[in-house]
Design a protein around this ligand. Structure first.
Ligand code: CA
Length: 217
C-alpha cells in the first residue's frame, strides 16, 4: 500500500513516515500544499493523510480538487478545538479525521480500515481458500499454520487479496508498493511472486500473460 502524507510540521512528518514504513507501507511525503496536491493528482495512492493548515494551498483546497477527479480515501488531521473543521471535512468528502495530538496506533488502525473499505473488504481477515491474511498483525496462515513472508511478499499478497477478482498489472503493483525513496530494480515483483507461490501454493496467484497478476474469486 502506498500512502501520501501532507504535513508541514517536519518532525511530525518524519515520525509518521518512519512509523508507516515500519508497518510496511510505501510512503511519499509533502511539506507544502502545492507539493501535496501535485503528488496526489499524479500518483496512485491507497490513502492520503492530509493536514488542514498548510502553507500555500491548504488541506481544504487539496480535498476539493481531489474530489472532482478521484475517490482515494482521505484522512484529515485537524486542530484540537475545531469542531466545525471536522464537520466541514466530512461534508466535503473526507473519509475520516483525527484530532492532533493523536495516538499513532489509532491512526494506523483507521488507515487500515479506510483502505479495506475502499477495496470493498470490511473485514480485517482476508480468507483465500486455506490461506488467511490478518491485516492487523500483517501475518499469514495456511491451514492454520503460520507462514513467514518478507515485508515485500506480504505487501504484494495483501494488495492482490484486497483486489481479489481483478487483474493487477505489474505497473500498478510498482506504483502501490514502492515509494519515491525506492530505486529497486523492476524484476523484483516476479521474484516475490515466485516466493509467495512456493510458500502458499502454486495456484494462489495466477499470472495473466501480458496483463498482470490475479487472485481469483
Ligand atoms: Ca499544519
Amino acid at each position: 500500500m502506498r500512502l501520501l502524507i501532507v504535513e508541514d510540521e517536519p518532525r511530525l512528518l518524519r515520525n509518521l513516515a518512519k512509523a508507516f514504513r515500519e508497518e510496511g507501507y510505501a510512503v511519499d511525503t509533502a511539506e507544502t500544499g502545492d507539493d501535496g496536491l501535485y503528488k496526489a493528482e499524479n500518483f496512485g495512492y491507497d490513502a492520503i493523510v492530509l493536514d488542514i493548515m498548510l502553507p500555500g494551498v491548504d488541506g481544504w483546497e487539496i480535498l476539493a480538487r481531489l474530489r472532482t477527479t478521484q475517490r482515494t480515501p482521505v484522512l484529515l488531521l485537524t486542530a484540537r478545538d475545531a469542531t466545525h473543521d471536522r464537520v466541514r471535512g466530512l461534508d466535503n468528502g473526507a473519509d475520516d479525521y483525527l484530532i492532533k495530538p493523536f495516538d499513532l496506533q489509532e491512526l494506523l488502525a483507521r488507515l487500515r480500515a479506510l483502505i479495506r473499505r475502499a477495496a470493498g473488504q470490511p473485514r480485517a481477515d482476508l480468507t483465500i481458500r486455506d490461506v488467511v491474511i490478518d491485516t492487523r498483525s500483517r501475518t499469514v496462515t495456511r491451514s492454520g499454520q503460520p507462514v513467514a513472508l518478507t515485508a515485500r511478499e506480504y505487501a504484494i499478497l495483501e494488495y492482490l487479496a484486497l483486489h481479489r477478482g481483478s487483474v493487477v498489472s505489474r505497473s500498478a503493483l510498482y506504483e502501490h508498493l514502492f515509494d519515491e525513496t525506492d530505486d529497486t530494480l523492476s524484476n523484483l515483483v516476479d521474484v516475490h511472486i515466485f516466493s509467495i507461490r512456493k510458500k502458499l501454493g502454486a495456484d494462489l496467484v495466477m499470472t495473466r500473460r501480458g496483463q498482470g497478476y490475479c487472485i481469483e474469486m
